[in-house]
Design a protein around this ligand. Structure first.
Ligand code: 13P
Ligand code: SF4
Length: 304
């Protein structure tokens, strides 16, 4: 079937179900194109809680659909591909976290939103790539545990005098970006700014002109007077960057910057999910309440 026809079917099903289609900034172009809202992981979950729709089709990975379920428990959250996971979120278990807490008694746990609901529930406060420094500096304690991303934790450590015990997790996609990739591109395009996500390796982050979350990249590139950007995050971000800045040039820092999980969801999967109203992601109430506490504590921190 033609792409246009599937898109029409999806729109009709969304109307019928009183549904809203949310897509992460890394989704395939055609999925972003048909979405009601695109955004970063936490921004989309906040939209899920805010929307009047009763069905949320979350095009992203599993932990994001869980966050939507935590913040919008009365809505039906559908993740079209249940197998779309996040290897970084899977690098930490509740048991592992509890063992680490025993090693550092009294140290609060700051957990990146790229984590399961159960791990959030065992944490004191969440953070995103956009507010991690603010979250860490908001805590009264001078020593803390940061999970699961050691790269984001190392980045945060540059902006705080606190002692940070890092969980050894990382994003395999961002980890593939090498210093050589960036230096070669910088030499070829000396006028370009290098922008990267803090999930990149610290040696790569050290080369960046600007470090930010996926949504932060849209703002930065729109406002910047530069004409050319080397982009150090997942390839899906290029869709909106190019559309919003047609006169500017965006160069992906490495062809390896593709997250296989983010690329799983197709238009056919979305149509199937809306037809069958499955798979549904629902966080059990006992975990949800505790995980929400960690998210709410983060959301209560004033923005700069
Ligand atoms: P953002 O929260 O910046 O959208 O990042 C999510 C993610 O999966 C990064 O790899
Ligand atoms: Fe997880 Fe990395 Fe994929 Fe984001 S890009 S979903 S952190 S594996």
């Amino acid at each position: 079937m033609q792409e246009a026809a599937i898109k029409q079917e999806i729109r009709a099903l969304l109307r019928e179900r009183n549904g809203v289609l949310l897509a992460h900034n890394y989704m395939r172009d055609e999925v972003q194109e048909i979405a009601d809202i695109t955004g970063d992981s936490l921004g989309l979950s906040i939209e899920a809680a805010r929307t009047a729709a009763s069905v949320i089709v979350f095009c992203g990975v599993h932990f994001m659909a869980e966050s939507a379920s935590i913040l919008a428990p009365d809505k039906t959250v559908i993740l079209p591909r249940l197998d779309a996971g996040c290897p970084m979120a899977d690098m930490i278990s509740v048991e592992g976290l509890l063992a680490m807490k025993e090693r550092y008694p009294g140290a609060p746990v700051v957990t990146y939103v790229n984590s399961s609901a159960a791990v959030k529930a065992a944490s004191d406060i969440c953070c995103t790539s956009a507010n991690a420094v603010r979250v860490v500096n908001s805590l009264p304690e001078s020593e803390l545990i940061f999970t699961p991303d050691k790269n984001l934790g190392s980045y945060v450590a540059r902006f705080t005098g606190k002692t940070i015990h890092l969980w050894e997790g990382y994003c395999p996609t961002h980890e593939r970006l090498r210093v050589d990739d960036v230096t070669r591109l910088k030499q070829a395009h000396p006028d370009a700014l290098f922008i990267c996500h803090p999930e990149c390796n610290p040696a790569v982050v050290a080369l960046a002109d600007h470090v930010c979350s996926t949504s932060g990249m849209y703002d930065f590139c729109r406002q910047s007077t530069a004409q050319r950007f080397i982009i150090g995050t997942e390839a899906g971000i290029l869709y909106r960057l190019k559309r919003e800045n047609p006169a500017k040039e965006f160069i992906l820092a490495s062809p390896a910057l593709i997250c296989p999980n983010m690329k799983l969801t197709s238009l056919e999967d979305i149509r199937e999910a809306l037809t069958t109203m499955a798979p549904v992601v629902k966080v059990p109430e006992e975990i949800r309440v505790r995980a929400k506490r960690a998210l709410d504590r983060m959301l209560a921190i004033p923005r700069d």
